[in-house]
Design a protein. Sequence first.
Lengths: 951, 142
Amino acid sequence: MSDSDPRLFQRLRLYCQVSALTAMGIGLLVMSGWGFHIKSLLSVLPGHVTMKVNTALGLVFAGASLWLLLQAESRTRRYQIGRILALLVVLIGAATLIEYFFGLNLGIDQLIFADPLRSNGTSSPGRLAPTTATAFVAIGLALWLLNAKSPWARWMAQALSLWAGVIAITAINGYIYHAVVLSRIWMYTQVAVHTALALLLLSGGVFFARPRIGIAGDLTGEGSGSLMARRLLPAVFLVPIILGWIALQGEFAGMYGAELGLALYATVSVLVFAILVWSNARKMNGEYDQRSRVEGDLRELNAELERRVAERTTHLVETEGRYRGLLEAAPDAMVVVNVAGEIVLLNLQAEKQFGYSRDELVGQPVKNIVPKGFAERIIADGTRSAAEALAQQIGTGIELVGRRKDGTEFPIEIMLSPLESTEGILVTAAIRDIGVRKTAETHLAQMEGRYRGLLEAAPDAMVVVNASGVIVLLNVRAESEFGYSRDELIGQKVKNIIPEGFAERVLADGLRSVEQALAQQIGTRIELIGRRKDGTRFPIEIMLSPLESPEGILVTAAIHDISVRKTAETHLAQMEGRYRGLLEAAPDAMVVVNAAGKIVLLNVQAERQLGYRRDELVGQKMSNIIPAGFAERLIADALRSAEDALHQQIGTGIELTARRKDGTLFPIEIMLSPLESSEGILVTAAIRDISTRKKAEANLLKKIEELNRSNEELGQFAYIASHDLQEPLRMVASYTQLLSRRYKGKLDSEADEFIDFAVDGANRMQRLIQDLLAFSRVGTKGKDLSETSSEEALRVALRSLRSAIADSHAVVTQDPMPLVMADEVQLTQLFQNLIGNAIKYQNPGTPRVHVSAAKNGDGKWIFSVKDNGLGIAPQYFEKIFGMFQRLHKREEFAGTGIGLAICKKIAERHGTTISVESEPGQGATFRFALEGSEKKSCLSVSTPSKETICL
Amino acid sequence: MPLEVLLVEDSPGDVRLTQDAFQSANMAVNMHVASDGVAAMEFLNREGPHAAAPRPDLILLDLNMPRMDGREVLARIKNDDKLKTIPTVILTTSEAEGDIVKSYQLHANSYLCKPVQLSAFESLVKSLNDFWLTKAKLPQLQ
């Protein structure tokens, strides 16, 4: 049906154009006929009424107007001209009608051409028939209203053109039916044939000028009514006219009368029309059936469709529900915006984030919550459509700023996704508050800055490597260590600076992932070789640690140049070798023990001493060979650490007992010294077998004991001598003296001599015993040396010798005497003996004795007792100090000879010796040395008051 | 009234010497002799044969004697309330410092060493007599 439409309209348009042109043509022909007096043109059928000039003019105008108005849209020049022409047509018709109605002559009838002929059917010469004039008015008006805006006007135009058409048809029918009267009825002038035809054409043209609207629209429409009209209308026009003409012809032929003719005409037209209608009805029913079927199918389809739609709708509702649920449940704020930038939907989170309630936002422009950046991105602008705009934004996270209801702004990230809906494309925006993330980012940037700072400041070279073994970062120390500049290394493979060992450890290989590889290496110190830019190699130690980054796992390597350490290690190994050598060569047994008390090292001497083999001892506890005393000293306990423990023991020789393999124990002395090693603090113990020493010590102790015992015995002996011996001695001495007293002179002279000898012997024996006692007492009764005033000792000695000095008229002089370390009693005795001897063994003359003391180089005081006595021959220098040794007979000088022996013993007890310097007849000088006292040396000055002056 | 002196001495020779010396020094002295400590104690305690023994005015005591030596006698005398007031003089050959100290610790009234020389001995006894029996006032006790 739609197919026919363009063709129909095309045809109609053509017809309109043709009718316009035809009208114009006829008009022009007639005008030329009038101008050139061509009668045939004026009235086609001879004898019939002519087309008047004005009519022709009107036709021309009308045709032209129609032509123009058909083509032109409103407001163009053509349009304006067309309308003016329409007006002229109206004018022609209206003027003529006025003439008829008011019986006026406006002078228009013969305005252009005169009408000389007195045409048939013309009431006034040159005047149009009133019907024609009416028709012109109608057509002119119709043309005027043709493009009017209001539908009423357009409808009016069509109605007017129909009226003109009716007039034309009436005129034509008149001609067909020879109804002269018909033509005459209308006000005296008949319509010319060609006028009628032209008018008919024209009215049809004007009617169908706007075929789609109004009455014409009813005929040209798609509906079944229009279709029926189009089918039937031609019949409606033609059948009555033709049947009428047939009936009239029959009538004119006399076959039947007017009444019958009419009756026949009526019957036949009824028949014809009924048949037409019926056939049309059939057709249309058929069409209707077809249509019904189609409609039925359509309805089914529709029902199907509706079902599907219902499904889809439920599905959609579900989905929508779900979607809504999702939307509501979404952690992020979700806002759905239409292409105009208005919010159509939002979720709870969005309400919360922005501080609005739902209804405050729905319908609002999204600019309210995202001031800039959102709307612009998705709204279509002159350069791209909404879909394109949207397509550009889909998926990317866009950072913008959101604004809450209270006006505060906060950083957001939006992600857009399109949503097709019946309202067109909608944009779902997931809005995430990235305030925290922004802070984190700033923080991260800070940390990154700090990390960078740390990296740069690190004392070790730091290199960061990615999973492909390419250096991504390094610090200034790495630059200097390897001799490269930063940009020379970044992007390079780490193999360039660490040829072997690094990449392999860290890179993923077929056997393990990067993470596993890395996990195995973390924390361990790995020794490798680094290569500088100049190609030199140097030993390094690296420590790896992982670093997660957006680029994946990175490995940070701290690289430490260990050349120094390596040298130290080699040196240490050397030293160790030497040490080992020393250890082996040591004369003592050396055992090295660790902090746990286990033996880690020993030398060959240790093997020998302890009777073990090396491997039997290494790893064993020290307590196996030194049961007690060692471990306790060294092992850390709760009170002190191993170091402290060790420290306390260092250097001291400790006596312990060791146990050999065979179980025998032997005394040892150990000396400990610490030894730092990579295993911690070790203790080196030098072990010396001190059995012999111990024996010697024991011997010594025994000897000392014996000595003490003999001393004691000696003391006892002295006591015995002093008491038990003296007793019988007294008896002998006393009774012989009694004898001597009582019987002297009473017995013979020999008896007296015998008695004298006896007495003398007893006396001598007593003196001997006394001297012996005195000698022994030097040792037994000796006191410890203490600070002694030698001045005082001398004084006491001199007092004891007072009578001897007086009797011998000796002169004793002295020098100032120092403080010395001595036994005072014995020092006194010493002085007494020496000075006594000096006085006794005198030359004739005045004995002079001088006692002096002088300090020698060693800080000792050398005492001298010098006399001017007999002197001593050198060969006797030794003898005189012997016990009971004398150089003179008893008759010459008294004395037992013990004096100097006692002096010698005293001197020895003071740690010194006594010496003599003498020549016969030149006197003698006896010397001995004593330790000075540590205090200030106070010299006693020999003044009457015996003052002591301290310096 | 003659003075009673108890001489505790084990050596008869010394006894004779001492007696003779005392006789030269002071005639009016009754010398009693005990030859050891036991006899001395019996005398002082008036035991046995010494029931009628007089109380001595002075005791001369030797140190080294058999059975009971002078130290013990000294101790007993000076611990006995009845006897401790009797002046007791140690008369011995021992010059041992230890003996001297011990004797004084046991409250000996004085300590004298017997000289070897006879004349010295006689002089000593005379001094003894002069001091103890002439000049010193002795406690009168019944």
